[in-house]
Design a protein around this ligand. Structure first.
Ligand SMILES: [Fe+2]
Ligand SMILES: [Fe+2]
Length: 220
């Protein structure tokens, strides 16, 4: 029997991310009022979702005997999230935003580094065979945490971005990966703390890319 049977309690993630909640919320509240920069942020999320989907595909391709329905569904849903964010980025932007380049993707390089370092760091820690479950579990914690705040912000600001379906899918992935990774809660906490350090670096880069005052200057 699990002593603390849900990923939030087991990881302690919300506790050591508590201090980041308000700054993230404030940043997003400012950002969603600025269509150009909001579109670039959405395109960055699209890139990260695409990387997640691609990572599942590449890491599972040479294990065809275990490429089961659940894994294919996970892969397909992450690919659809990439599409979802791209579609809304382009809708808000009013014109196509092809690919992910510096001009149309907020903090493109720091976002690549965030994903790459997390993947490499966790894989090194847990080994290649267990990497899919652990990397996914840690990403899902972040996705659920961030998208929930994001959803509250867009709803409060009356900005159209229907995140609820996507959040429900991320919740499902989180449950599934938590089941897969078992009960090594010390490792879960350590890896989640490691990811939090990387997330803070990415968020610092975002705040530097979109400093306060930029939205108002633009709207004036
Ligand atoms: Fe996703
Ligand atoms: Fe997910």
């Amino acid at each position: 029997m699990k002593p603390c049977g849900d990923p939030w309690t087991a990881s302690g993630m919300k506790d050591y991310n508590k201090q980041h909640e308000a700054p993230v919320r404030d940043f997003l509240a400012r950002l969603v009022q600025d269509t150009d920069n909001h579109a670039k942020f959405l395109n960055m999320l699209s890139m990260l979702e695409h990387m997640g989907s691609r990572k599942i595909m590449v890491s599972q391709m040479n294990k065809q005997d275990v490429l089961d329905q659940d894994t294919l569904q996970h892969l397909a849903e992450e690919a659809r999230h990439a599409y979802f964010f791209k579609r809304h980025a382009e809708r808000i932007n009013g014109e196509p935003m092809p690919g992910w380049v510096d001009e149309n993707t907020m903090t493109r390089v720091p976002a690549l580094m965030y994903f790459g370092r997390m993947d490499a760091g966790i894989s090194k820690q847990v080994g290649d065979d267990a990497a899919y479950g652990w990397v996914s579990l840690i990403i899902e914690l972040r996705a659920c945490w961030l998208y929930r705040i994001y959803n509250e912000v867009v709803e409060a600001a009356d900005v159209h971005l229907p995140l609820k379906g996507l959040i429900a899918e991320e919740d499902g992935h989180l449950e599934e990966m938590f089941e897969m990774c078992g009960e090594n809660y010390d490792q879960l906490q350590a890896l989640s703390r490691y990811e939090t350090e990387l997330f803070v670096k990415l968020w610092t880069a975002l705040e530097a890319a979109y400093p306060e005052g930029l939205d108002n200057a633009k709207a004036a």
